[in-house]
Design a protein. Structure first.
Length: 224
């Protein structure tokens, strides 16, 4: 069989030819531009999306309007929330936003249910991806509840910095990433500035003391 999008996903390459054929023929490849709301709270989950390119951010908004970034789905991955909603026949409780232009294989519920029932390989793929992401979510909960905000912010700045040491992000964006308030991020960045670790400009944070940020993150790891 000709190489298809199936080969981009670890685990699906072992599908028998008949199952593979049914998967490809029973699915569609879709594309959405950056900024598109892929799904929203209250919507029914009727398609499992397997990302071929791009990134989708899954986030949740509280009653007070605060947003928390839960996780990102990258190329070669599926969305755990969609999987959970499809398995439990429940509606979405969070929203997915295309951070970049996205191309994905959309597996309709009918095809999904059929292959989960018929193929042990497909079931293993679905539940392995599901289990891995659930572990990531528990790590996020642990970080939010138990990890100090200055340590989490330092680690996130180091992750987001480009090759020149610049983080292109607003305080509001960083707050969403960390599941905290913008004011908390602003206060913490001011302290980092006082220590000589960062300089700030509109929509940017310049890492001027990367070594200090790294020491902070390492010290928290040693204590843990």
């Amino acid at each position: 069989m000709e190489t298809s999008w199936v080969d981009k996903f670890a685990g699906l390459g072992r599908l028998p030819e008949d199952i593979r054929k049914d998967l490809v023929e029973g699915s569609d490849v879709v594309s959405v531009p950056a900024g598109t709301q892929v799904f929203a709270p209250g919507q029914s989950a009727d398609k499992l999306l397997l990302l071929l390119s791009g990134t989708v951010k899954v986030q949740q908004k509280s009653d007070t309007g605060r947003e928390v970034s839960l996780y990102r789905v990258h190329a070669g991955e599926s969305c755990v929330l969609t999987t959970a909603c499809m398995l439990a026949f429940e509606e979405y409780s969070a929203e997915g936003i295309a951070e970049t232009d996205v191309t994905a294989a959309a597996i309709p519920r009918k095809t999904f249910d059929d292959l989960v029932a018929r193929s042990s390989v497909f079931r293993e793929f679905v539940f392995t991806a599901y289990s891995r992401r659930i572990t990531d979510l528990f790590t996020l909960i642990d970080d939010i509840v138990f990890q100090r905000i200055d340590v989490r912010l330092a680690a996130r700045l180091l992750e987001l910095a480009d090759a020149t040491g610049v983080v292109h992000a607003t305080h509001a964006f960083l707050a969403t990433e960390l599941g905290t308030a913008r004011e908390v991020v602003s206060r913490t960045l001011s302290e980092f500035h006082r220590r000589g670790w960062v300089e700030q400009s509109r929509g940017e944070v310049h890492l001027t003391g990367r070594a200090g940020l790294e020491r902070l993150v390492r010290s928290a790891g040693a204590v843990a």
